[in-house]
Design a protein around this ligand. Structure first.
Ligand code: TYC
Length: 118
């Protein structure tokens, strides 16, 4: 004999109400709250021992500079004591600093590299 109890009512999706403004307003508020990520400049420091060619190679390999730009930046550092290699988000800047320091250490050069809020 068939079970004559009614099946439980299927849950209904919430009725679509006329736009009370809430959804759209929330989305707009969220969008307005999101700030662009802070940017960090990666800076190379001058020293008396790291070969110029090594610094030019670093600027080409790790900062995607062509050889002319890399040479200009290297000479600026050489004459002024420091120079900006590029500006990145925090994680990217931090990875570049670590990569440059590791490459300098491997090659036995005292080259120093740091990052600062742009
Ligand atoms: N001053 C170094 C030299 O005369 C060259 C150099 C340039 C070193 C830039 C570091 O970040 C640097 N060999």
């Amino acid at each position: 004999m068939a079970d004559e109890r009614k099946p439980p009512p299927t849950p209904k999706p919430p009725a679509v109400k006329p736009d009370d403004g809430q959804g759209a307003v929330v989305a707009e508020r969220q969008a307005a709250k999101v700030e662009p990520p802070r940017r960090y400049q990666v800076v190379l420091l001058n020293d008396d021992y790291t070969p110029m060619e090594f610094v030019v190679m670093v600027l080409q390999e790790y900062f995607q500079r062509d050889i002319e730009t890399a040479t200009q930046i290297m000479l600026k550092i050489h004459h002024e004591g420091r120079g900006v290699c590029g500006v990145y988000t925090k994680d990217v800047a931090s990875t570049k600093v670590e990569s440059v320091l590791a490459a300098a250490k491997r090659s036995g050069h005292p080259l120093q590299c740091t990052m600062e809020a742009a």
